[in-house]
Ligand binder design. Structure first.
Ligand code: COA
Length: 241
């Protein structure tokens, strides 16, 4: 799925976010969809929230509209979500990419949280998710100074999973998605949830969660199929059961 508001560098307007959340929910509800790629265009994944809209809205309107709460839907998707990033990935755009399960970036990608230049701060997880991913020092640099990270810096700091040549960002993201989609769907979902736990709980609780998730995966038909297919030297035919 590609964000398509190129004149505004895919700035995340209210309308765009509504459409995005609805489209993602529809895909998530479809059992046949085993991985989703979310991208922008070559020049921008997304250059942040729509600043024109933000300039017009009051704090209480923003609060009552529960605009940021909608983002939780994206984090709670079952289906793995791969961000395909080329060009600018700023502000809400960077937060959106961080809300995906992993990021594939073009060497042209630039990541930043420039909100303090506008007199505001990140509000959809930027101060929290970015810090957990890249650590305090880099997060402070990016958020306080407005410095943009290059793709290689983002790779070195753990923000992105892969960096590829300019022309390959979308193909590579699709390749990753196909790899993910080829695995056992029950196991993939359980594994995604377990990795997320690592960010949200203590190590002990995370390990317990992982163990239980393994037992659950083991009980699936997919596990029988995957283990048997290996011993029979054939490709597994997973049904997601
Ligand atoms: N919201 C609304 N419109 C935006 C936007 C945003 N976040 N980011 C870019 N645009 C619009 C610009 O206003 C411009 O529109 P125009 O052609 O009608 O004037 C168009 O997108 C192209 O942007 P422009 O600034 O001309 O491109 P550039 O290559 O010179 O600079 C950026 C690119 C990304 C550095 C610059 O657009 C920018 O700083 N954007 C804001 C980033 C930001 O602060 N994000 C956090 C928002 S909370």
């Amino acid at each position: 799925m590609l964000l398509n508001r190129p004149q505004q560098l895919n700035a995340l307007s209210d309308e765009l976010m509504d459409e995005l959340v609805t489209a993602l929910q529809d895909l998530d509800a479809d059992d046949a969809v085993r991985c989703i790629v979310l991208g922008g265009n070559e020049r921008a994944f997304a250059a942040g929230a729509d600043i024109g809209e933000l300039a017009r809205v009051s704090a209480i309107e923003l609060y009552y509209a529960r605009r940021i709460e909608r983002w939780d839907t994206i984090r709670n998707l079952w289906t793995p979500l791969v961000a395909a990033v080329s060009g600018y990935c700023l502000g809400g755009g960077c937060e959106l990419a961080l809300s995906c399960d992993l990021i594939v970036a073009s060497e042209s990608a630039r990541f930043g949280q420039p909100e303090t230049s506008l007199g505001i701060i990140p509000g959809a997880g930027g101060t929290q998710r970015l810090t957990r991913v890249v650590g305090k020092s880099v997060a402070m640099d990016v958020i306080l100074s407005g410095r943009l990270l290059t793709a290689d810096e983002a790779l070195a700091s753990g923000l992105v999973a892969r960096v590829v040549a300019k022309e390959a960002w979308l193909d590579e993201a699709k390749r990753v998605a196909r790899d993910i989609a080829s695995k056992g769907p029950v196991a993939t979902r359980l594994a995604k949830e377990a990795v997320d736990r690592a960010y949200e709980s203590t190590l002990q609780l995370g390990l317990e969660y992982e163990r239980r998730a393994l037992y659950l995966a083991f009980a699936s038909e997919d596990a029988r199929e995957g283990l048997t297919a290996f011993t029979e030297k054939r490709k597994a035919d997973f049904k997601g059961r």
